[in-house]
Design a protein around this ligand. Structure first.
Ligand code: PHE
Length: 338
C-alpha cells in the first residue's frame, strides 16, 4: 500500500497541466469515482488494523495534495480563459472623458496670476455679509437703491444680513484688519436680485483689487490697469477711462478696452470700437476713515471687474447664462488639448 502511494506521488511530481483538457483528464484519473484516490480508499478498507494508521495518514496527505493541485490549476486556467476570451484586442479602447476647467475658473486664474506678478496677494471673505461690510463702510447713503430688496438678496432685515452684491466687502474686511501697505485682489462670487437675461444673472463672479499706501495716485491706478489689459487681452490693447460714480471711490471711472475689430466696429463692441470691462477709482477718504485708516496719511485705489464679463469678451460668448448651465457641449470646448 505504502509503495503504491509513493509511486503515485512520483507520478504526480512529473505532472504538467497546461490546458483545461489535461486538467479534466487529471480529474478523471485521480478524483473521479473510479479514480486513483477512491481505489486507494477501497484498498485501505481491506488492510489489517495495524497497518491502517500509517497508511491512513499517507492517503490523507496524498488526497490533500491532489485536491490542492487540482484547484490551483483550475483557478489559473480559468483566469487565463477569461483573459483570452473577454478581450478582443482589435476593438478600440474605452474613451476616458477628461474633465476641463470651467472657463470662469480659467479666466479667474489668469487674472489672479497677472496681479500676483505685480505683487498683489489674494484675499477671501464671506458671501453672506452684514450691512456694514457691503454698504455702510463703503459710503453707501442710507437711501441708495442697492440697499433695496429689489436689488439685493436679504437673508435678514434687522439686523441686515445680505448676500454680498460685490466683493468690495472683502476690501473693508482687509482694511479693518491690515496695516498698509495693502496690495490685494479679492476674487469671489456675488449675488444681485436681477432678472436673468443674456447680459445679467442673479449670481456671478468678481475680482476686485485694492492698493493702499502713502502717496498713491490716479496715475498708479491707470498704469496698473493698462498693464493688466495688455497682459490679458494682448500687447496692442488700449484702455480708455470714462468718468463714473461709485459711493466708495472719488474720483471714479469706468474702463474700456479697445475692441479687436480695431475701431472698425463690430457686433461685439456694438460698433463703438470699445468694450467696457471694469469700474475703478481712488478710495473715498470716508471709506478709509470708516476702516480706521487715516485718510490724511494714506490714499489708495480700487478696481472691480466681473469675471463673466471678461470671459464674454475673451471667448466672444454672447449669453452670460451659458456659464452656469453646465452644458457639456459648451464646457467641452474648453477641454485641454491632448
Ligand atoms: N464694486 C463695484 C461693483 O460691484 C466695482 C468697483 C470696485 C468699482 C472697486 C470701483 C472700485 O460694481
Amino acid at each position: 500500500m505504502i509503495s503504491k502511494i509513493d509511486k503515485i506521488k512520483q507520478e504526480l511530481a512529473l505532472k504538467i497541466i497546461t490546458n483545461l483538457e489535461e486538467l479534466e483528464k487529471f480529474r478523471l484519473r485521480y478524483l473521479s469515482k473510479k479514480g486513483v484516490l477512491n481505489q486507494l480508499f477501497e484498498d485501505f478498507k481491506l488492510l489489517k488494523s495495524d497497518d491502517k494508521k500509517q497508511a491512513g495518514l499517507k492517503i490523507n496527505e496524498l488526497k490533500e495534495f491532489i485536491s490542492e493541485f487540482y484547484t490551483t490549476h483550475k483557478n489559473n486556467l480559468s483566469q487565463e480563459a477569461t483573459h483570452t476570451t473577454n478581450y478582443d484586442l482589435s476593438l478600440p479602447g474605452d474613451f476616458q472623458n477628461i474633465g476641463s476647467r470651467h472657463p470662469i475658473s480659467t479666466v479667474k486664474n489668469e487674472i489672479n496670476a497677472i496681479f500676483n506678478r505685480l505683487g498683489f496677494t489674494i484675499s477671501d471673505g464671506p458671501e453672506i455679509e452684514d450691512d456694514w461690510h457691503v454698504f455702510s463702510a463703503l459710503n453707501f447713503p442710507p437711501d441708495h437703491p442697492a440697499r433695496d430688496m429689489q436689488d439685493t438678496f436679504f437673508i435678514n432685515k434687522t439686523p441686515e444680513i445680505v448676500l454680498r452684491t460685490h466683493t468690495s466687502s472683502v476690501q473693508v474686511r482687509v482694511m479693518e484688519t491690515t496695516a498698509p501697505p495693502i496690495r490685494m485682489i479679492m476674487p469671489g462670487r456675488v449675488y444681485r436680485n436681477e432678472a436673468i437675461s443674456a447680459r445679467s444673472h442673479c449670481f456671478f463672479h468678481q475680482i476686485e483689487g485694492l492698493y493702499i499706501n502713502k502717496n498713491v495716485s490716479f496715475a498708479d491706478l491707470k498704469q496698473t490697469l493698462l498693464f493688466f489689459a495688455k497682459e490679458f487681452f494682448g500687447t496692442s490693447t488700449k484702455i480708455r477711462l470714462r468718468p463714473s460714480y461709485f459711493p466708495f471711490t472719488e474720483p471714479s471711472a469706468e474702463v474700456d478696452i479697445s475692441c479687436t475689430c480695431n475701431g472698425k466696429g463690430c457686433n461685439l463692441c456694438k460698433y463703438t470700437g470699445w468694450l467696457e470691462i471694469l469700474g475703478c477709482g481712488m478710495v473715498d477718504p470716508n471709506v478709509l476713515d470708516y476702516c480706521n485708516l487715516d485718510s490724511k496719511i494714506y490714499s489708495g485705489y480700487a478696481f472691480g471687474m466681473g469675471i463673466e464679463r471678461i470671459a464674454l469678451v475673451k471667448y466672444q460668448v454672447k449669453d452670460i447664462r451659458i456659464y452656469s448651465e453646465n452644458d457639456v457641449r459648451f464646457l467641452s470646448q474648453f477641454s485641454p488639448v491632448l
